[in-house]
Design a protein around this ligand. Sequence first.
Ligand code: UDP
Length: 457
Amino acid sequence: TMAAGDAVHVGRRRHVLLFPLPYQGHINPMFRLAGLLHARGFAVTVFHTQLNAPDPARHPEYRFVPVPNGSPVPVAIEDVVAHILELGRACEAAFRDRLASVLEEYSRDTVACLVADAHLLPIFEAAARLSVPTLALRTGSAACCACFLAYPMLFQKGYLPVQESQRDMPVLELPPYRVRDLLVIGEDGGGLARELITRATAAVKTSSGLILNTFDALERRELEGLRRDLAVPVFDIGPLHKFSPAGDSSLLLPDRSCLEWLDAWPPESVLYVSFGSVACMSARDLVETAWGIAGSGVPFLWVVRPGMVSGPADHRQQQLPEGFGAATHGRGMVVTWAPQEDVLGHRAVGGFWTHAGWNSTVESICDGVPMLCSPYFGDQMGNTRYVEHAWRVGIEVGGNIERGSVEAAIFRLMTHEDGAQMRTRAGELKKAAAECTAEGGSSCLAVDKLFTHMMSL
Ligand code: UDP
């Protein structure tokens, strides 16, 4: 392994430029990558939108270059797909100007490359026009990436657009996915979703390499498939959070007092509940979730973030049902945001009820915590399929959320022999992940390769 300070070229420190997509689930892996590259001696410059801008004071070692994303952003935040497409377009011209000044300032041959989120195709195009090599960071799984690449085939073979009667049909070319596990495109042909997929695929293919937050022991077959199908090198350097210091890129302030609260509970007794940074539930589902948790009798730590309940603005106060506090007194804690990595690493946590966002899934697996998965959208259904069917470290709590089924699922995970077996398998994956990130492990070797590749661009 190379030591810090090695990213030096003819006596000058090399620069790496980064551009994350401004969503929490995309910011975290990009900042973890930044930490990794910085430790290898790169000077790090982060281009970022004004929306969800990082706090430079929290990262004095990096340089930050704000890029206006046009304000106000003209689409509702709920419409994530449209919003992502709009962001890239809105930033393109301003990014190009700022990139040009940065290149002038840093003497050009010291800039190794730009690593941008694969959802920002206009940023890749702008960099290419200024002859800056690019690497694409995809923050989902290798399986999800393979699925994106396969979309033309999925249409050609008639899996898509989804017919209601075919939802349970296996996608033979992409096991263990069924049609329902895909980033589903309905009968309207899914104009925007298709555009998102096409553009992300184009970004990956036109880049000089693909970086994935996954690891060989978790997705060997999927990674092999990608390496067969893609002409660009693939760097499986996950789990990134085990390489890089934690918790410095949260958009909301994590409530660290929950860690002390957890200290009082026996090992593997507490259920951690969080549905990530974007997923919204209806007021009705919040009530069913609350009474399901209460009825299970299990100690819990629950993240109810501002804006998590959908509906008109004046209904958005997270009204936990009356009596919930009293019914769970002394056995539950509700926070607006948790230091999730530390929570999942805490010995008292024995299960995670998650929306199965990729970061949450990887973080849970790498701390040996089995899951209940309630997927909302995007790649979450596919991740759930892998959790339940490929790795067998969790089960889906799907469909209509009802307190009775919630209680039963919590019981199965936390108390039943089934849950114990899932915990054992998750423990094995935790060990495998640790081996991948240890010296000589696959992820560690992939980091070396990435570093060498970046120095050669
Ligand atoms: N997270 C956190 N505290 C919380 C909830 C989430 O720090 O209370 C972090 C979590 O560790 C993960 C990210 O936010 O790194 C969420 O990413 P994920 O891909 O799981 O879901 P998304 O928010 O993109 O839907």
